[in-house]
Design a protein around this ligand. Structure first.
Ligand SMILES: *Cc1c(COP(=O)(O)O)cnc(C)c1O
Length: 408
């Protein structure tokens, strides 16, 4: 089945010729998506447990998104960032109502939402903390690929890149309150962290640690920022991951699942931190009608379909099935929340396992050489869990990753 005139081979040749080489991509060309599945130009289908990188919360090409885009594009695609528009106001109302925050700023990517949070923290520092500008972030974290968000990120591979980094970030390990406390000084304006480190391999913060961070922030008037770009909007089995902990931040960033594939992000904060003045932050595409209509449709559907609850339910089922698998295969450290899950296999085998799964029509992610991460659309059903486990079992068997391998 060929949906384009060019053959797959000539498409791949063109891709290698004309695209800047910024990612290692397999030799397939994706052409269509529907629900839990992607199809390539050869007509092969893939059960998608990467979910557009934790993005396609409603699955691929959901009807509500198609309808919202069709309707809004017939009315008004872009008004200019200098004007209010109707979808902008409606979506801001919806997001503030469901999130427990008072104010929102919209952008197009997770990195931009985090840049906004970094700027807001520095504004708070300059207005209320004698010019404090340092932000404490975590080792093994991921906050984006702009220069400031790369500097905030605690990923060893980023360290030597694009020097000099944006100054003013201190990295400390998660779940180590003493390390964080020791890093706080009169230069500190904020602490920023993910509640489940996604790109870092799915590691959750602990509740007492988070409560201690909240207290320290209150005592020192430091801003607490949760990067919920990956964990927000139902992914972890609650609408927002902070609900698992009963700890509310001062600023929360959202992206990925908020548009189910439409580029969109948000930074939410409270009345107290309504500190930007005109000119401090903005963007040509901030709160454009087309993206606001997309976000409104996607978030409404997540709420209406109870997809946070489904994420909790199917996530528990996946954990149960993986635990059963671990009796026969070298699967360990099953972890995560809702539909942001991971497990470990022997060091070095994860990229091979992910590639073999793909051959068998299953997409999974290997964030490092020993970890497999699962982040399917929130619409996943028990049948599709069963199918994933079936394919995974076959691949573990074919790769010879039996349980003895770990212990012998
Ligand atoms: C993906 C991600 C980002 C970056 O989002 P982009 O849309 O790629 O800019 C930031 N923080 C976290 C936690 C993420 O998972």
């Amino acid at each position: 089945m060929q949906s384009l005139n060019k053959t797959t081979d000539s498409l791949l040749a063109s891709a290698k010729q004309s695209l800047l080489y910024t990612a290692n991509r397999p030799d397939v060309v994706m052409t269509r998506g529907e629900g839990m599945y992607l199809w390539d130009t050869e007509g092969k289908s893939y059960l998608d447990y990467i979910g557009g990188w934790a993005v396609t919360s409603l699955g691929h090409s959901p009807a509500v998104l198609q309808e919202a885009l069709a309707y809004q594009s017939s009315q008004l695609v872009h008004a200019s960032p200098g004007f209010f528009n109707r979808p902008m106001i409606e979506f801001a109302d919806l997001l503030t109502e469901i999130s427990g925050f008072d104010k929102v700023f919209f952008a197009s990517s997770g990195a931009e939402a985090n840049e906004s949070a970094i700027k807001l923290a520095r504004k708070h520092g300059s207005l209320h903390l004698n010019g404090a500008y340092e932000i404490i972030t975590m080792t093994n974290s991921f906050h984006g690929r702009t220069l400031a968000t790369m500097s905030a990120t605690g990923k060893p591979a980023f360290e030597p890149l694009f020097e000099p980094k944006v100054p003013g970030f201190k990295h400390v390990p998660i779940n180590d309150f003493d390390a964080c406390f020791a890093a706080i000084s009169d230069r500190t304006c904020a602490i920023m962290l993910e509640l489940v480190q996604g790109e870092g391999g799915v590691h959750s913060v602990e509740a007492p640690y988070l409560q201690a961070l909240r207290k320290a922030c209150d005592v020192y008037n430091i801003m607490l920022i949760f990067d919920e770009v990956q964990t927000g909007l139902g992914r972890t089995g609650k609408l927002f991951a902070y609900e698992h902990y009963g700890v509310k931040p001062d600023v929360m960033t959202l992206a990925k699942g908020i548009g189910s594939g439409f580029p969109l992000s948000a930074m939410l904060t409270t009345e107290q931190y309504d500190l930007f003045e005109p000119g401090d932050q903005g963007g040509t595409y901030s709160a454009a009608p087309i993206s606001m209509a997309a976000g409104h449709a996607v978030v409404s559907e997540i709420l209406q379909q109870g997809l946070a609850e489904n994420a909790a339910k199917q996530g528990a089922l996946i954990q149960e099935k993986l635990t059963a698998l671990s009796e026969d295969y070298a699967v360990s450290q099953i972890r995560g929340k809702g539909l942001l899950l991971a497990f470990d296999i022997p060091e070095g085998t994860a990229p091979v396992l992910a590639a073999e799964c793909m051959k068998e029509g299953l997409l999974v992610n290997a964030p490092n050489a020993r970890t497999i991460r699962l982040m399917p659309p929130l619409i996943v059903t028990a049948e599709e869990v069963e199918k994933m486990i079936q394919i995974m079992t076959g691949v573990l068997e074919a790769c010879g990753l039996h349980n003895e391998a770990v212990y012998s």
